[in-house]
Design a protein around this ligand. Structure first.
Ligand SMILES: [Zn+2]
Length: 76
């Protein structure tokens, strides 16, 4: 499976239901969430901590990091 740069999290949200006879039953449900696994690396660049892929906020930023040419003046 390829990385979608997100991590699924699940959390049990539960509570006790009390009955007249003093017994209780545990009820609840799972809550699912997806959180991004990317972190800012430096200017205009970020990285997925899960798969290690480096991504860029723009094509110009990619070009700068790959060729060293700062055509749009992003890094002045
Ligand atoms: Zn990833």
């Amino acid at each position: 499976m390829s990385c979608n740069h997100q991590r699924e999290t699940s959390r049990w949200v539960g509570g006790d239901n009390w009955y007249d006879d003093g017994s209780s039953m545990h009820t609840g449900h799972w809550e699912y969430d997806s959180v991004s696994t990317t972190v800012d690396l430096d200017l205009h660049r970020y990285k997925c901590t899960q798969c290690g892929e480096i991504m860029y906020y723009s094509g110009a930023a990619r070009e700068y990091y790959q060729t060293g040419v700062d055509r749009k003046g992003l890094f002045k």
